[in-house]
Design a protein around this ligand. Sequence first.
Ligand code: VG1
Ligand code: CO
Length: 542
Amino acid sequence: MIHTVSTTPFDDQKPGTSGLRKKVKVFEQSNYLENFVQAIFDSIDGVNGKTLVLGGDGRYYNTTAIQTIAKMASANGCSKLIIGKNGLLSTPAASHLIRKFKTDGGIILSASHNPAGPDEDFGIKYNISNGGPAPEKITDRIFDISKSISEYKISEAGNIDLSTTGNIQLDEMQVQIIDPVTDYAKLMQELFDFEAIQQLFANDFKMTFDAMHAITGPYATTILEGMLKAPAGTVINGTPLQDFGKGHPDPNLVYAKELVDIMWGDNAPDFGAASDGDGDRNMILGNAFFVTPSDSLAVMAANATDIKGYKNGITGVARSMPTSQASDQVAERLNINSYETPTGWKFFGNLLDADKVTLCGEESFGTGSNHVREKDGLWAVLFWLNLLAVKQDSVKNIVENHWQSYGRNYYSRHDYEGLESDLANTFMNELEAMQNGLVGQQLAGQTVSYADNFSYNDEVDGSTSSRQGLRFGFENGSRVVFRLSGTGTVGATLRIYFERYETDPAKLNLDTQEVLSDLIALVEEMIDLKKRSGRDGPTVIT
Ligand code: VG1
Ligand code: CO
């Protein structure tokens, strides 16, 4: 029985950098989730006769939302849903399933690295048939529809059993419950030389992978300890928990502390890695060595032909605007395409579809390739493992050799989380006003060569995305970039990105914060940040 329910709009259902993210309590309001799901369906002219992939990172509210979405899909005439067993799918695995089974799209439930639990965060986003996040023209339409929605459709059927793989029915709609790992693991096997990596582990190579109690646990255990025969215990925190063990599954030096302590401790493994809540981010560590995500992308691009799935070369590299320019250096030398896009994976989709780029990356611990249309944490880890097997060298040496060859882009991001929105907006307005007439002037002893609010023209579909972040660029290649986060759920998060390019071989192993100190001081001079925000310093430095 289909039930058409009258509803009234909410005014805050605007998708951000990666879908709609709110506190669970917000999603639990009567009709809140339903309104948004109906708005998704309506934004794509309905789901009648369509097939969709559905799954999430396993956080609190995941299965509740899946049951509701399944009943709504059925009531809206959807012909088939492919759902991960127990409602689980990592973001890259969902992207792969959409592509592999040529579905019309998918719905991914995640708030990524944001903490999980009844008082924490939940999120939902729609991915299109290429497997990637819906572009802005769809997310804008979803928001528009959400502001005037008056009814939604839902089946009165009971809950479906998510715990057993196989085919079931929900009214007229077919539901296929699949193992979340199998298809993804096969794809990884096609891209990487599993025998070479097995050999590496057989030769006493040691690795620790921290799944941070989130979605990558089952994927990493199957692939690393199962298929690649890494010793048991290689994967830590490998069981997904609804509250992620009360942790903050953001793979960086601050939140992945357990792994960091292991990698900087006695008898540290050769290789360390972590992923985030929904499995699309990665952190790469060597023995007492941190690889910045921007450098990781550049190293991958420079060595791609060493890796099975990319042995014929890559067409280009795209990076988000705040990501360091290290990959640009590689693209220039390899004479391949290089693109600078706004923050968020949705901007890479068109470039990947048109085969203008093969690799993409963001400074926020995200790297990926044309194998899916999302960033992919475990993929990046396997890429590095494969590279280590080929090079027979340490992570540290590989990166330091890269710097010797290409120069080093010293890079850091300072986040001020949970600022009052008004204050954060004031900072941005003041900074934008300062950009007027700034080109050619001196700041921190350097000449400003550009100062603007970044705007991106997508050459594939002709769309323009403006106001994507304030850039202050200097003649020596240094940059300071400011933007407000589009994924936070409390107040505003100001992100400040610092970068300096260095080619002097004698200056490639200096302390990053030290090297960037004049740019950091410049920001204080510009907006008196610490004093006005009442903070001693950034909440997180990466
Ligand atoms: C952040 C990152 C951005 C990333 C986005 C989604 O967005 O900066 O690079 O694409 O999160 O990643 P923002 O707007 O807060 O800066 V995930 O792993 O949360 O899906
Ligand atoms: Co994520």
